[in-house]
Design a protein around this ligand. Structure first.
Ligand SMILES: [Zn+2]
Length: 67
């Protein structure tokens, strides 16, 4: 059995084959030895989300109690 290291995107479930991210065939069972991460697109989307969060101030922390 080949000990290939699979990386599976935890968002879109694609796996990296060489440098391409593809959806695994339904016949393939990659789950067992796949390590989870982000494909470049989902990583970008996740960073974007974090960036937006950081740009916003937490309203529940910064809103003074209503006078
Ligand atoms: Zn992805």
């Amino acid at each position: 059995m080949e000990n290939t290291m699979y990386v599976q995107c935890c968002v879109c479930k694609r796996v990296r084959e060489d440098d391409v991210w593809v959806l695994p065939d339904s016949g393939q069972n990659l789950q067992t030895n796949a390590s989870h991460g982000y494909c470049p697109e989902c990583a970008e989307a996740a960073f974007e989300e974090i960036r937006e969060m950081l740009n916003k101030e937490c309203t529940s922390c910064t809103t003074p109690p209503a006078a």
